[in-house]
Design a binder for this molecule. Structure first.
Ligand code: FAD
Length: 321
């Protein structure tokens, strides 16, 4: 019996959320006394494969079939389930990322397993019954999920677990899966990267701005602040609705939910629908010229003042640091 963790990759390297999933799987391994096997699907650089050993994985199963070089939901789910059966995995861990949200339920169905999606805690283990918490109602509540089936699939919310090194000797095994034609009936032919910016769901720091910025021409300073901090940029809904920023940057109830270590909100009022997507951020800094702005109620740090005065000063200060 073992724990299987599927590690997502992009452009041949494992994603940060993948390392977090491995550390989460290792922590479950420590609780249950089971070894952790990692699964890599697609073309991944051999150094990255070896590197996974530093995070407490005893074996890496590499599936490098050409048909699977691009992500295909059904086929990837079939491979994860097949490998899980082969190693008699009782726990399968994935990231609750865009692709993980599609994979986890498929894998759970294939393995007749219990599914904990959006996990934000390690399980409390009482024999075969595990309890895992997830964020519910757009971050306004915490739900406790009880998993009673012998096999469990857990999709971990990115940025809830720190990736920590735990040296082990890793063995890499190549595996040829038996993917059916049906699983490959829809394939992605090509993906062209549109931007080299840090992806929003993966970012440690997010610099976000709202209607207080007055117009798209003023985003230069937001991008500059993000560059200095190594952050991703985000925005409120009206900003993307007005076409000031691309829709992929819209966070909130109807946009992306993010949980970075630091969320800097500039000229955003803090409407409940916006907070729904950002309230699980570890630290929130608000910059707003209205001291009554609702965002201050949930802020860890607040600056009351004009963004056009404060942001350039912050950029200078961070550059000088
Ligand atoms: P505003 O409410 O106009 O606030 C601008 C803020 O900037 C104000 O607080 C003001 O004091 C401040 N400001 C102005 N000038 C300056 C300055 N010079 N310096 C510093 N601060 C300044 N919104 C989302 O963001 N995400 C969602 O997913 C979302 N989903 C929604 C779903 C539904 C069904 C509905 C009804 C609404 C949704 N909204 C969503 C919209 C939401 O209710 C708010 O209208 C929106 O978040 C407000 O955006 P804002 O804070 O950028 O703009």
């Amino acid at each position: 019996m073992a724990i299987l963790v599927y590690i997502e990759n992009t452009a041949g390297a494992f994603k940060k959320s993948g390392y977090e999933a491995v550390s989460y799987a290792k922590a479950i391994g420590d609780l249950t006394g089971q070894p952790v096997h990692a699964l890599s699907i697609g073309k991944v650089d051999p150094v990255s494969l070896q590197h996974i050993g530093r995070y407490g994985v005893s074996k890496v199963v590499e599936v490098n079939t050409e048909q699977l070089h691009q992500f295909v939901n059904q086929a990837y789910a079939a491979v994860i389930a097949e490998v899980a059966k082969n190693i008699q995995a009782t726990t399968i861990v994935l990231s609750n990322s865009f692709s993980g949200k599609g994979l986890a339920p498929r894998v759970a169905v294939k393995l007749d397993a219990a599914l904990a999606d959006g996990a934000i805690t390690l399980p409390t283990i009482k024999g075969d019954t595990w309890e895992i918490k997830k964020s519910a109602f757009s971050g306004k509540a915490i739900a406790t999920q009880e998993l009673t089936a012998p096999v469990k699939v857990i999709a971990l919310t990115p940025n809830t677990m720190e990736a920590t090194e735990a040296q082990t000797t890793v063995e890499i095994e190549t595996f040829q899966p038996s993917v059916s034609a049906t699983d490959l009936s829809t394939i992605i032919k090509d993906i062209v990267q549109a931007t080299d910016k840090i992806p929003l769901p993966e970012a440690n720091i997010v610099v976000s701005a709202g209607r207080g910025l007055k117009g798209p021409e003023n985003w230069r300073m937001i991008e500059e602040l993000a560059d200095v901090l190594g952050a991703a940029t985000a925005c409120s809904k009206p900003v993307s609705d007005a076409g000031w920023r691309p829709h992929e940057e819209h966070v909130g109830q109807t946009g992306l939910a993010v949980s970075p270590n630091l969320y800097i909100a500039i000229g955003i009022s803090g409407a409940i629908q916006h907070l729904a997507g950002v309230s699980s951020s570890k630290t929130i800094v608000v910059i707003n010229n209205d001291p009554e702005a609702p965002f201050f109620k949930v802020a860890d740090y607040g600056i009351v003042g004009d963004a056009f005065d404060i942001v350039p000063k912050l950029i200078d200060a961070f550059k000088a640091y």
